[in-house]
Design a protein around this ligand. Structure first.
Ligand code: LHQ
Length: 261
Protein backbone atom coordinates (compact mmCIF):
# COMPACT_ATOMS: atom_id res chain seq x y z
CA UNK A 1 0.00 0.00 0.00
CA UNK A 2 1.54 3.32 -1.08
CA UNK A 3 1.95 5.61 1.96
CA UNK A 4 0.95 8.62 -0.16
CA UNK A 5 -1.85 8.48 -2.72
CA UNK A 6 -1.52 11.01 -5.53
CA UNK A 7 -4.19 12.00 -8.04
CA UNK A 8 -4.70 14.88 -10.44
CA UNK A 9 -7.94 16.51 -11.51
CA UNK A 10 -8.87 19.95 -12.85
CA UNK A 11 -5.58 21.58 -11.85
CA UNK A 12 -5.65 20.06 -8.36
CA UNK A 13 -2.95 17.70 -7.12
CA UNK A 14 -4.59 15.64 -4.38
CA UNK A 15 -2.30 14.06 -1.82
CA UNK A 16 -3.61 11.56 0.73
CA UNK A 17 -1.51 10.42 3.67
CA UNK A 18 -2.11 6.71 3.58
CA UNK A 19 -0.99 4.66 6.58
CA UNK A 20 -4.44 4.43 8.19
CA UNK A 21 -3.57 1.65 10.68
CA UNK A 22 -1.04 4.09 12.21
CA UNK A 23 -3.28 7.13 11.87
CA UNK A 24 -1.03 8.15 8.95
CA UNK A 25 2.04 8.63 11.14
CA UNK A 26 5.13 9.62 9.16
CA UNK A 27 7.90 7.26 8.17
CA UNK A 28 10.82 8.08 5.85
CA UNK A 29 9.13 6.66 2.74
CA UNK A 30 6.10 8.86 3.31
CA UNK A 31 8.36 11.89 3.63
CA UNK A 32 10.13 11.02 0.39
CA UNK A 33 6.92 10.53 -1.59
CA UNK A 34 5.42 13.71 -0.20
CA UNK A 35 8.56 15.61 -1.10
CA UNK A 36 8.44 14.28 -4.68
CA UNK A 37 4.76 15.19 -5.03
CA UNK A 38 5.28 18.73 -3.70
CA UNK A 39 8.19 19.22 -6.08
CA UNK A 40 5.91 18.16 -8.91
CA UNK A 41 3.28 20.63 -7.66
CA UNK A 42 5.88 23.39 -7.68
CA UNK A 43 7.32 22.59 -11.11
CA UNK A 44 4.24 21.68 -13.16
CA UNK A 45 2.29 24.64 -14.48
CA UNK A 46 -0.79 22.42 -14.88
CA UNK A 47 -0.94 22.00 -11.08
CA UNK A 48 -2.60 25.14 -9.68
CA UNK A 49 -3.66 23.96 -6.21
CA UNK A 50 -2.85 21.16 -3.80
CA UNK A 51 -5.33 19.30 -1.62
CA UNK A 52 -3.88 17.41 1.36
CA UNK A 53 -5.86 14.95 3.47
CA UNK A 54 -5.55 11.62 5.27
CA UNK A 55 -7.11 8.21 4.77
CA UNK A 56 -9.07 6.37 7.43
CA UNK A 57 -10.08 7.87 10.76
CA UNK A 58 -7.03 10.06 11.34
CA UNK A 59 -5.33 12.89 9.49
CA UNK A 60 -1.80 12.32 10.80
CA UNK A 61 -0.35 11.24 14.18
CA UNK A 62 3.04 12.87 13.55
CA UNK A 63 6.22 10.82 13.67
CA UNK A 64 5.77 7.02 13.65
CA UNK A 65 6.87 6.26 17.21
CA UNK A 66 7.21 2.54 16.53
CA UNK A 67 10.25 3.36 14.41
CA UNK A 68 12.13 4.79 17.38
CA UNK A 69 14.14 2.35 19.47
CA UNK A 70 14.08 3.95 22.91
CA UNK A 71 15.10 0.91 24.97
CA UNK A 72 17.62 1.64 27.73
CA UNK A 73 20.43 -0.19 25.94
CA UNK A 74 19.87 1.58 22.57
CA UNK A 75 22.02 4.54 21.59
CA UNK A 76 20.23 7.86 22.13
CA UNK A 77 18.54 9.15 18.98
CA UNK A 78 19.46 12.56 17.62
CA UNK A 79 16.01 13.87 16.74
CA UNK A 80 17.45 16.92 15.01
CA UNK A 81 18.46 14.67 12.14
CA UNK A 82 14.92 13.78 11.11
CA UNK A 83 13.74 17.37 11.68
CA UNK A 84 16.57 18.71 9.55
CA UNK A 85 16.19 16.20 6.76
CA UNK A 86 12.43 15.58 6.66
CA UNK A 87 10.06 17.72 8.74
CA UNK A 88 11.64 21.14 8.32
CA UNK A 89 12.00 20.79 4.54
CA UNK A 90 8.35 19.66 4.36
CA UNK A 91 7.10 22.72 6.24
CA UNK A 92 9.32 25.00 4.16
CA UNK A 93 8.10 23.36 0.95
CA UNK A 94 4.43 23.84 1.86
CA UNK A 95 4.93 27.46 2.81
CA UNK A 96 7.13 28.33 -0.18
CA UNK A 97 4.92 26.60 -2.76
CA UNK A 98 3.72 29.48 -4.95
CA UNK A 99 0.30 27.82 -5.23
CA UNK A 100 -2.46 27.42 -2.64
CA UNK A 101 -2.55 24.34 -0.42
CA UNK A 102 -5.91 23.28 1.02
CA UNK A 103 -5.79 20.88 3.95
CA UNK A 104 -8.79 18.71 4.77
CA UNK A 105 -8.22 17.44 8.31
CA UNK A 106 -10.40 14.33 8.32
CA UNK A 107 -9.57 13.11 11.84
CA UNK A 108 -7.09 13.55 14.65
CA UNK A 109 -4.01 15.65 13.80
CA UNK A 110 -1.32 15.07 16.43
CA UNK A 111 2.25 16.21 16.96
CA UNK A 112 3.96 17.08 13.70
CA UNK A 113 0.71 16.02 11.97
CA UNK A 114 -1.08 18.98 13.56
CA UNK A 115 1.63 21.45 12.63
CA UNK A 116 1.91 20.24 9.05
CA UNK A 117 -1.82 20.98 8.72
CA UNK A 118 -1.18 24.48 10.12
CA UNK A 119 1.54 25.04 7.51
CA UNK A 120 -1.12 24.75 4.79
CA UNK A 121 -2.96 27.80 3.48
CA UNK A 122 -6.63 26.95 4.00
CA UNK A 123 -7.34 24.41 6.73
CA UNK A 124 -10.75 22.78 6.91
CA UNK A 125 -11.50 20.15 9.54
CA UNK A 126 -14.26 17.61 9.94
CA UNK A 127 -16.27 18.36 13.08
CA UNK A 128 -15.14 15.03 14.59
CA UNK A 129 -11.46 15.89 13.97
CA UNK A 130 -9.19 17.28 16.65
CA UNK A 131 -5.77 18.88 17.06
CA UNK A 132 -3.29 17.88 19.74
CA UNK A 133 0.22 19.14 20.40
CA UNK A 134 1.20 15.78 21.82
CA UNK A 135 4.94 16.55 22.03
CA UNK A 136 5.01 17.49 25.73
CA UNK A 137 3.54 14.09 26.62
CA UNK A 138 6.81 12.61 25.31
CA UNK A 139 9.03 15.25 26.87
CA UNK A 140 9.48 16.99 23.51
CA UNK A 141 9.05 20.50 22.12
CA UNK A 142 6.42 21.30 19.47
CA UNK A 143 8.21 21.10 16.14
CA UNK A 144 7.39 21.35 12.42
CA UNK A 145 6.68 25.04 12.96
CA UNK A 146 4.39 24.60 15.97
CA UNK A 147 6.15 27.19 18.12
CA UNK A 148 5.91 29.63 15.18
CA UNK A 149 2.35 28.99 14.00
CA UNK A 150 0.58 28.59 17.35
CA UNK A 151 1.29 31.98 18.98
CA UNK A 152 0.64 33.75 15.70
CA UNK A 153 -2.66 31.99 15.09
CA UNK A 154 -4.16 31.81 18.59
CA UNK A 155 -2.05 34.14 20.78
CA UNK A 156 0.60 33.25 23.35
CA UNK A 157 -1.71 32.25 26.23
CA UNK A 158 -3.53 29.64 24.16
CA UNK A 159 -0.32 28.55 22.41
CA UNK A 160 1.32 27.89 25.77
CA UNK A 161 -1.74 26.00 27.05
CA UNK A 162 -1.88 23.82 23.93
CA UNK A 163 1.86 23.10 24.03
CA UNK A 164 2.14 22.36 27.76
CA UNK A 165 -1.15 20.57 28.36
CA UNK A 166 -1.32 18.63 25.07
CA UNK A 167 -5.11 18.47 25.32
CA UNK A 168 -7.20 17.67 22.29
CA UNK A 169 -8.76 20.75 20.71
CA UNK A 170 -11.95 20.02 18.80
CA UNK A 171 -12.38 21.22 15.22
CA UNK A 172 -15.14 23.62 16.32
CA UNK A 173 -12.91 25.11 18.99
CA UNK A 174 -10.02 25.30 16.55
CA UNK A 175 -12.25 27.36 14.26
CA UNK A 176 -13.43 29.60 17.12
CA UNK A 177 -9.83 30.18 18.22
CA UNK A 178 -8.74 31.09 14.70
CA UNK A 179 -6.42 28.09 14.39
CA UNK A 180 -8.13 26.96 11.20
CA UNK A 181 -10.36 28.39 8.49
CA UNK A 182 -13.47 26.30 9.14
CA UNK A 183 -14.95 23.21 10.79
CA UNK A 184 -17.50 21.41 8.64
CA UNK A 185 -19.81 18.44 9.10
CA UNK A 186 -17.93 15.18 8.52
CA UNK A 187 -19.98 14.22 5.49
CA UNK A 188 -19.32 17.64 3.89
CA UNK A 189 -15.53 17.74 4.33
CA UNK A 190 -14.46 16.23 1.01
CA UNK A 191 -17.03 18.22 -0.96
CA UNK A 192 -16.20 21.54 0.70
CA UNK A 193 -12.44 21.08 0.51
CA UNK A 194 -12.64 20.00 -3.13
CA UNK A 195 -14.86 22.91 -4.01
CA UNK A 196 -12.38 25.38 -2.43
CA UNK A 197 -9.44 23.67 -4.17
CA UNK A 198 -11.32 23.77 -7.50
CA UNK A 199 -12.04 27.48 -7.15
CA UNK A 200 -8.41 28.17 -6.27
CA UNK A 201 -7.14 25.99 -9.13
CA UNK A 202 -9.20 28.05 -11.57
CA UNK A 203 -7.96 31.34 -10.11
CA UNK A 204 -5.04 33.70 -10.71
CA UNK A 205 -2.30 31.33 -9.52
CA UNK A 206 0.49 33.86 -9.79
CA UNK A 207 -1.42 36.33 -7.64
CA UNK A 208 -2.14 33.64 -5.06
CA UNK A 209 1.57 32.82 -4.83
CA UNK A 210 2.32 36.49 -4.21
CA UNK A 211 -0.39 36.70 -1.54
CA UNK A 212 1.26 33.79 0.28
CA UNK A 213 4.61 35.54 0.06
CA UNK A 214 3.21 38.80 1.45
CA UNK A 215 1.32 37.25 4.35
CA UNK A 216 4.19 34.98 5.33
CA UNK A 217 6.62 37.88 5.36
CA UNK A 218 4.27 40.02 7.43
CA UNK A 219 4.95 38.20 10.71
CA UNK A 220 8.57 39.32 10.71
CA UNK A 221 8.25 42.75 9.06
CA UNK A 222 7.68 46.30 10.24
CA UNK A 223 4.80 48.20 8.61
CA UNK A 224 7.37 50.11 6.55
CA UNK A 225 8.98 46.96 5.25
CA UNK A 226 5.61 45.39 4.55
CA UNK A 227 4.40 48.43 2.60
CA UNK A 228 7.53 48.20 0.46
CA UNK A 229 7.01 44.51 -0.06
CA UNK A 230 3.35 45.05 -1.07
CA UNK A 231 4.49 47.64 -3.59
CA UNK A 232 7.03 45.22 -5.11
CA UNK A 233 4.68 42.25 -5.17
CA UNK A 234 1.85 44.34 -6.64
CA UNK A 235 4.19 45.44 -9.39
CA UNK A 236 4.79 41.78 -10.21
CA UNK A 237 1.09 40.91 -9.96
CA UNK A 238 0.20 43.81 -12.22
CA UNK A 239 2.43 42.41 -14.96
CA UNK A 240 0.55 39.08 -14.96
CA UNK A 241 -1.79 38.01 -17.73
CA UNK A 242 -4.37 37.16 -15.11
CA UNK A 243 -4.50 40.76 -13.86
CA UNK A 244 -5.36 41.95 -17.37
CA UNK A 245 -7.96 39.22 -17.66
CA UNK A 246 -9.44 40.07 -14.25
CA UNK A 247 -9.90 43.74 -15.10
CA UNK A 248 -11.16 42.99 -18.64
CA UNK A 249 -13.68 40.46 -17.31
CA UNK A 250 -14.89 42.93 -14.68
CA UNK A 251 -15.38 45.68 -17.25
CA UNK A 252 -17.13 43.31 -19.67
CA UNK A 253 -19.30 41.91 -16.85
CA UNK A 254 -18.24 38.31 -17.53
CA UNK A 255 -16.54 35.53 -15.58
CA UNK A 256 -12.74 35.75 -15.80
CA UNK A 257 -10.86 32.90 -17.49
CA UNK A 258 -7.62 32.81 -15.55
CA UNK A 259 -4.67 30.88 -16.93
CA UNK A 260 -2.51 31.05 -13.84
CA UNK A 261 0.10 33.23 -15.55
C1 LHQ B 1 0.73 5.33 16.10
C2 LHQ B 1 1.00 6.68 16.29
C3 LHQ B 1 2.31 7.13 16.09
C4 LHQ B 1 2.91 4.99 15.61
C5 LHQ B 1 -1.07 6.37 16.71
N1 LHQ B 1 3.23 6.28 15.76
N2 LHQ B 1 1.69 4.50 15.79
C6 LHQ B 1 9.57 14.64 14.64
C7 LHQ B 1 10.87 14.26 14.41
C8 LHQ B 1 11.66 13.75 15.35
C9 LHQ B 1 11.34 13.36 16.48
C10 LHQ B 1 10.20 13.43 17.18
O1 LHQ B 1 9.10 14.00 16.78
C11 LHQ B 1 8.78 14.51 15.67
C12 LHQ B 1 7.45 14.95 15.58
C13 LHQ B 1 6.33 14.27 16.25
O2 LHQ B 1 5.34 14.15 15.63
S1 LHQ B 1 6.46 13.78 17.88
C14 LHQ B 1 4.80 13.32 18.25
C15 LHQ B 1 4.46 11.94 17.73
N3 LHQ B 1 3.05 11.68 17.86
C16 LHQ B 1 2.42 11.45 19.00
O3 LHQ B 1 2.96 11.53 20.08
C17 LHQ B 1 0.99 11.03 18.88
C18 LHQ B 1 0.83 9.61 19.37
N4 LHQ B 1 -0.57 9.17 19.21
C19 LHQ B 1 -1.50 9.52 20.06
O4 LHQ B 1 -1.33 10.22 21.02
C20 LHQ B 1 -2.87 8.95 19.79
O5 LHQ B 1 -2.73 7.83 18.95
C21 LHQ B 1 -3.81 9.97 19.12
C22 LHQ B 1 -4.16 11.09 20.10
C23 LHQ B 1 -3.20 10.57 17.85
C24 LHQ B 1 -5.10 9.25 18.69
O6 LHQ B 1 -5.62 8.52 19.78
P1 LHQ B 1 -6.73 7.40 19.52
O7 LHQ B 1 -7.77 7.94 18.66
O8 LHQ B 1 -7.13 6.90 20.86
O9 LHQ B 1 -5.99 6.25 18.67
P2 LHQ B 1 -4.92 5.17 19.21
O10 LHQ B 1 -3.99 5.77 20.18
O11 LHQ B 1 -5.66 3.95 19.62
O12 LHQ B 1 -4.11 4.87 17.84
C25 LHQ B 1 -4.63 4.03 16.82
C26 LHQ B 1 -3.47 3.22 16.29
O13 LHQ B 1 -2.51 4.09 15.70
C27 LHQ B 1 -2.74 2.50 17.42
O14 LHQ B 1 -2.27 1.29 16.90
P3 LHQ B 1 -2.98 -0.12 17.29
O15 LHQ B 1 -2.18 -1.14 16.58
O16 LHQ B 1 -2.95 -0.21 18.77
O17 LHQ B 1 -4.39 0.01 16.76
C28 LHQ B 1 -1.57 3.41 17.71
O18 LHQ B 1 -0.48 2.74 18.27
C29 LHQ B 1 -1.24 3.91 16.32
N5 LHQ B 1 -0.57 5.19 16.39
N6 LHQ B 1 -0.16 7.32 16.68
N7 LHQ B 1 2.62 8.46 16.23
Amino acid sequence: MAPILVSRDAGILSLTLNRPDKLNAFNPEMHKLLRDALEEARDEAAVRAVLLTGSGRGFCAGQDLSERNVSADAAPIDLSVSLGSNYNPLVRRLRALPKPVVCAVNGVAAGAGANIALACDIVLAARSASFVQSFSKLGLVPDSGGTYFLPRLVGSARAMGLALLAERLSADEAERWGLIWKAVDDDRLVEEATSIARALAAGPTKGYGLIKKALHASAGNSLDAQLDLERDLQREAGFSEDYREGVAAFMQKRKPQYKGK
